[in-house]
Unconditional design. Structure first.
Length: 278
């Protein structure tokens, strides 16, 4: 047994242990043990904070678009109105343009679906340096994790904004288990945005059988995102062919009503391939 030096007599006299001194003589080691315990907790806490900070920093470096949509202000964006964040230092005319684009794009999506279930944050950059800072590339705009939309200086346009917002709206309506091929998702976004680059203006001319600018080639359209990115970068007409397929399908299935029925059946577990035959 370790030797414990007894405390002075006057301390023992007031010992709360009943006068035998046991508690008084054992309190010092226990205090030292408690201090050591607290030190270890502090060390563990500091280590945990360091690990979390490293992880968050790693995400911010590897996926700046994800970090920017989580904290727009951290990337030099200011909230102009709910769900709209713009680059700092814009003129009032530029701010008003951002408001107009956001409002017009929202109206296009709502007008197509009848209602909107999604309300993505729009992150708007008017300089390329801002767009690179938040993780953008050469695209005009992009939907991030089906929750936010980033617009580049080349994408501050209702067509581009509503195209990306269409992706978010569609996936807000689909359950996690339901899926559509990428060509349908992209073609539908072209229809929702009413993009004149890939479809004739609505309504189609009386002399035209449909709104298609480029008829499908008969070859399978890209199903996965990876396939889509590869095909669309090699041939921009991939957008037009996909939009033509979707537009024709909508014309033959009641437009909005047909799409909403398709979403309902997909959510119920029916596979896309058995519902959409081209």
């Amino acid at each position: 047994m370790d030797e414990i030096t007894p405390p002075p007599a006057d301390q023992n006299a007031d010992s709360p242990a009943g006068g035998d001194g046991t508690r008084a003589t054992g309190s010092a080691p226990r205090r030292r043990s408690a201090r050591r315990g607290r030190r270890w907790w502090k060390i563990l806490l500091v280590a945990l904070v360091a690990v979390l900070a490293t992880a968050i920093g790693g995400v911010a470096l590897a996926y700046p678009s994800l970090a920017a949509t989580t904290c727009p202000g951290c990337y030099g964006l200011t909230e102009l109105q709910p769900s709209l964040h713009v680059e700092d230092g814009l003129t009032e005319a530029q701010r008003e343009r951002a408001r107009e684009v956001a409002d017009q794009a929202a109206r296009r999506v709502t007008g197509f679906y009848g209602t909107r279930l999604s309300s993505p944050d729009l992150l708007v950059c008017l300089t390329e340096s801002c767009y690179r800072r938040i993780g953008g590339g050469q695209e005009r705009g992009v939907a991030v994790l089906n929750r936010s939309v980033m617009l580049s200086p080349r994408g501050l346009d209702p067509v581009i904004a509503s195209h990306e917002m269409s992706h978010v709206e569609l996936h807000a309506r689909l359950t996690s288990a339901a899926a559509v091929p990428q060509w349908f998702d992209e073609g539908l976004a072209v229809v929702v945005a009413d993009d004149p680059r890939y479809l004739t203006p609505r309504p189609a001319p009386a002399s035209a059988p449909d709104r298609c600018l480029v008829a499908p080639s008969g070859q399978p359209l890209p199903v996965t995102l990876e396939e889509w990115l590869r095909a669309a970068s090699a041939d921009p007409a991939t957008y037009a062919r996909s939009a033509c397929q979707v537009s024709r399908w909508l014309d033959g299935h009641g437009g909005r009503a047909g799409l909403l029925d398709l979403i309902t059946r997909l959510n119920a577990g029916e596979p896309f391939a058995t519902l959409v035959r081209m």
